[in-house]
Design a binder for this molecule. Structure first.
Ligand code: HEC
Length: 100
């Protein structure tokens, strides 16, 4: 179950994490390619009508998790399909995966 622990961590006022282990980013990239790219574009590059995730603020992890768990307008709630560590990996990819 997606537990309060991660949410509490996400909402704590710690500085935004912008460095992640390469393995975690790789896992996130694979999850993204399968689950998110159809709407948000391959490598986040062509989001068409969806949110440009390259511009998602790195200090708003809680908002990211909420979008996944609850959905937002045309974005379906997908979070239930992922383990907490997979959501963390997706987050790592969105924050750090396509940065030069
Ligand atoms: C069926 C298409 C679709 C899929 C699949 C999809 N999204 Fe989205 N997503 C959208 C749309 C459309 C929006 C814009 C929602 C709005 O603001 O109206 C969005 C918005 C978002 C936002 C921004 C929410 C906010 O707070 O503004 C995040 C974060 C996000 N998506 C992450 C993901 C991730 C991560 C995945 C893969 C696990 C994913 N999405 C899969 C369509 C999709």
């Amino acid at each position: 179950m997606y537990a309060a622990g991660t949410l509490a961590l996400a909402s704590a006022s710690v500085p935004a994490q912008t460095a992640f282990p390469p393995e975690q980013i790789k896992t996130g990239a694979a999850l993204f390619a399968r689950n998110c790219a159809p709407c948000h574009g391959a490598r986040m590059a062509d989001p068409q009508g969806a949110f440009d995730l390259r511009k998602f603020p790195p200090d708003e992890k809680l908002r990211f998790v909420n979008a996944l768990m609850r959905g937002k307008n045309a974005m379906p709630p997908l979070g239930g399909a992922f383990q907490p560590d997979e959501i963390d990996a997706l987050w790592a990819y969105v924050v750090a995966g396509e940065k030069p």
